[in-house]
Design a binder for this molecule. Sequence first.
Ligand code: FAD
Length: 306
Amino acid sequence: MTSEHALRLGTMPKSAIVLGGGVIGVEFASAWTSFGVTVTIVEALDRLVPNEEPEVSKALERAFRKRKISSLTGTPMTSVETTDDGVKVTLENGKELEADLLLIAVGRGPFTEGLGYDDCGVTMDRGFVLTDERLKTNVPNVFAVGDIVPGLQLAHRGFAHGIFVAEEIAHAEGKLDEAPEPVKDVEIPKVTYCDPEIASVGLTQAQAEQEGEVEVVSYDLGGNGKSQILKTQGFIKIVRRKDGPIVGIHMVGARMGEQVGEAQLITSWEAYPEDVAKLIHAHPTQNEALGEAHLALAGKALHAHG
Ligand SMILES: Cc1cc2nc3c(=O)[nH]c(=O)nc-3n(C[C@H](O)[C@H](O)[C@H](O)COP(=O)(O)OP(=O)(O)OC[C@H]3O[C@@H](n4cnc5c(N)ncnc54)[C@H](O)[C@@H]3O)c2cc1C
């Protein structure tokens, strides 16, 4: 079944195989496990949530192991057959797995075939509509918004695209003084709602290193009082350009999605760790960990986890 079928399930299965360790796969694996389902994730790449920092994947895999969620990474699936009791899945390594159901959490793509794009001459790429940064297609007065535009597939990106295009048209018609700022994927916050949560914004360390030298700090939530109260483990990793602004913030731990708002202001406003280090963060909150991570990167570490 797909995620759409899974959301309509009337009862919980006893066991499930989740194909795909991306955002949707790990969210379902986490939620189903909370409901008592025995879950196995099958992922062809070598780690869960491969679009996040490698350390984040490692932390999630460790937390999932503790929750008895089995993650088979680097393990492509080759076939599936339905049995009297459920499904039998065969992996490339020859192993077979059985469960009540299989969730396909890979291969989400655009659904644009036959809708007339080609007839209008709109340039497409594998079903996606190509646009410039102002979301204009190659055909005058035709814009595209949301998931059909290549990039992050997130609801709030779609909202922002829609607002942008409405304002762009209003500006062209003289109803709005200022032209809107284009939506930049790099400024869009991402949250994966599994337990523990993952939240990030900006560039990964590897992406930032492609454009020059960087400095990095990883602040362990073990040094944060509220995270201890919540009995969660994880960290906040900050990437800055050497002697320059912060370009990426990556977090894992219970409720860390709630911290992504400040993280987004920091990266989008190109703050320096020294700027953020001056701001006082309330004690005891998890938000304090974000402040302390910046203190550490500014050379003024306060509570470190040994
Ligand atoms: C399981 C799951 C969980 C997700 N969780 C999150 C999350 O937590 N946060 C987040 O930001 N994003 C999440 N997303 C992604 C988010 O749903 C998408 O990014 C968002 O819905 C994209 O909006 P859209 O308007 O571009 O496309 P859609 O929401 O897909 O809207 C397209 C609409 O067009 C309709 N349509 C298609 N063809 C036709 C046609 N021929 N005629 C008329 N109508 C048609 C479709 O039925 C659909 O309603 C999740 C996605 C999935 C699958």
